[in-house]
Design a protein around this ligand. Sequence first.
Ligand SMILES: C[S@@+](CC[C@H](N)C(=O)[O-])C[C@H]1O[C@@H](n2cnc3c(N)ncnc32)[C@H](O)[C@@H]1O
Length: 298
Amino acid sequence: MSSKDWHEYSEDEILQANIEKYQRDDIVKFYEDFEEPRYTYIEYQIILAAVLRALRQKLGRPVRAVDMCGGAGKAAFIIKSIQPDSEVTLVDLSDKMLDIARQRAAKLCLDDLHIVEADAFSFLEQENEYDLFVYSSALHHFKNPVELLELSAGRMHPQGMIVTIADPTTLIKSRRYRFFQFLATNRETKRHLIKECFQRRATKLPAHGQSFDVAEYQTYTGINDHQLCQNLSQANLHTLLHLRYPAGEPYMTKIMPYLGLCWAFSTILCLHPDDYQADVQVMKQSIKSQLPFRIRFY
Ligand SMILES: C[S@@+](CC[C@H](N)C(=O)[O-])C[C@H]1O[C@@H](n2cnc3c(N)ncnc32)[C@H](O)[C@@H]1O
């Protein structure tokens, strides 16, 4: 184990950790199985539908979208299912993750999904312009999400949007969250966690000692989502909508909000919020009324 403290890792080291992690067969296998019915990801469907509707109305043509760090293409496939004529590019650094997407695209006879193997910063060096960037469960893999989103905005149509979804807030480090997460895990994981806890005590390692995963960089503390929005607004990327919600197993998501456990966040950003002033209430209403669990907008 490295003796480095977590904040000493550089963006390049985090990238390298991600390259290694997403080549591992056990990790890739999880994404191969992601259609399992217990993972519903209904928030993707609802949030992306609201965003695509607003973009389509504003632009008056098919939307050009990028699923950044898209892995097996969860967001990309949802976008295509909502607006089949949208032009979707799926970008990820892991060819194994992209292979899952290729197989799925073939099964669905989707031959117009552009698939690009690249890391996010390199992809953003190219000159193409897009209307929508989706970062799904992706921001926490970066040391500097503000820089990443700023660069994305530089490749975006002036009336485009950026959606971040399924990243953890700082709530994930609370005892309350960890207790309920423990209750919700299966017996095998519980056994593993208990064993890990006793090992840590025996070796007197700090709580984070064995479990810091450089690839999942921001999960060390969770992302301070409000601070992120403030920093982005200083970089001229404005928050149209920001919500916290209880992602995870469907039966847990029903009760989590009542326990104060809306631990995931989603942010919809744009360059000129005035362009979308009239749409914000409609988007809010549609998201709130369709999600099957309680959420909070900020
Ligand atoms: C937690 S997975 C999420 C995958 C997908 N977006 C989803 O929601 O299912 C994170 C993905 O980010 C990719 N990734 C991590 N760092 C990256 C980077 N710097 N550039 C491009 N992809 C990256 C990984 O290869 C992995 O597929």
